[in-house]
Design a protein around this ligand. Structure first.
Ligand code: SAH
Ligand code: SF4
Length: 343
């Protein structure tokens, strides 16, 4: 059993069946999530017999790094991990200014099939468990700890659709958020969805302080459908309605993501239509020039087109940032490394 798959009550109950006193669960939890220990020997405050039993019963890693790539920008590190069943995922650490942002995966592959996305192009293999999601964070937390640093932000924007793996994703977030454990602030998480409307509603009703990003990429059904098959199930209007309900229920601002593709969704007309669609909604648009992927012919927008897109949105009342592409040399599209490794 992967120890990160257990929540605190489950761990407590399990240790009880071992005949351990109740305070042991707290010791293990502190060792795992506050001290970032990763092997039974490190739990020096536990008796040897219990450490042995932990070694027999638990696995402490869940993943091993098989490839580490540093971008020439000096700020981006991408790691390919092998899971216990041999499948591979990737996670990225970005060191921008004082931030230490982790981008982590929630699935091996993805079932949503967005045409422009490397993960979508590989198809769906399986969900990650909550422990496998947590293990990515623990790996980087330890790496940064050695430099007296810590993770400051976590974005669930790696491989996979977090809202398709809703239960495990939320369990991982809640476990990492636990004040007696890793104590990672809810506001420093961002979960990104391609627009699974019922999950957006559920997320709104649960009122976590976690940030929500929605991948929009097109404001009209015909175009969005051609890029994102999920739009056939939940169309743009239904999606935006759910987003408005989310903002009403939580008072939180939504981020809309938009990959700028040359001649496809980067024209001033598109920006204007998007501004009309989002009118009155507490939101901002995060636009990023498309990362090229092997399975998609579209090209990134130009700098000039991106600037015009941004100013058109802003003139129409919608704040927009153009994300600079970093780590392109090692990244070449989110999910690309792992999609190659799994094939
Ligand atoms: N499945 C979730 C989160 C993972 S994808 C989602 O789709 O929101 C993270 C972000 O990367 C999404 O906004 C996605 O649309 C975007 N993305 C995917 N492929 C891309 C590409 N080739 N270039 C730029 N952004 C891309
Ligand atoms: Fe899946 Fe997100 Fe890629 Fe679409 S963009 S295929 S939802 S990972």
């Amino acid at each position: 059993m992967l120890i990160y798959d257990l929540d605190f009550p489950e761990l407590r109950e399990l240790l009880k069946t071992w005949g351990e006193p109740s305070f042991r669960a707290k010791q293990v939890w502190t060792g795992l999530y506050k001290n970032l220990w990763q092997s039974p020997e490190e739990f020096s405050d536990l008796p040897k017999s219990m450490r042995d039993k932990m070694a027999e019963n638990f696995r402490f890693s869940g993943l091993i790094p098989t490839l580490k790539l540093d971008s020439s920008d000096g700020q981006t590190r991408k790691t390919l991990f092998k899971l216990e069943d041999g499948r591979q995922i990737e996670a990225v650490l970005m060191r921008y200014d004082r931030r230490r942002t982790l981008c982590i995966s929630t699935q091996v592959g993805c079932a949503m099939g967005c045409t422009f996305c490397a993960t979508g192009q590989m198809g769906f293999t399986r969900h990650l468990t909550s422990g496998e999601i947590i293990a990515q964070v623990m790996y980087y937390a330890r790496l940064l700890q050695k430099e007296d640093q810590a993770v400051t932000n976590i974005v669930l924007m790696g491989m996979g659709e977090p809202f398709h793996n809703y239960t495990n994703t939320m369990a991982a977030i809640d476990r990492l958020n636990d004040q007696d454990g890793y104590n990672f602030g809810a506001r420093r998480f961002t979960v990104s969805t391609s627009g699974l409307v019922p999950a957006i509603r559920q997320f709104a009703s649960e009122k976590r302080q976690v940030n929500l990003a929605v991948s929009l990429h097109a404001s009209e059904n015909e175009l969005r459908q051609s890029m994102m098959p999920v739009n056939k199930r939940y169309d743009v209007h239904e999606l935006i309605k759910a987003c408005r309900e989310y903002v009403d229920a939580t008072g939180r601002r939504i981020t809309f993501e938009w990959a700028l593709i040359n001649g496809v969704n980067d024209t001033p007309e598109q920006a204007y239509k998007l501004a009309q669609l989002l009118k009155g909604l507490l939101c901002h648009v995060n636009a990023i020039p498309l990362n090229p992927t092997t399975g998609y012919a579209g090209k990134a927008t130009t700098r000039e087109q991106a600037d015009i897109f941004k100013s058109t949105l802003e003139q129409n009342g919608i704040p927009c940032t153009i994300r600079t592409r970093r780590g392109i040399d090692i990244q070449a599209g989110c999910g690309q490394l792992a999609s190659r490794a799994n094939s």
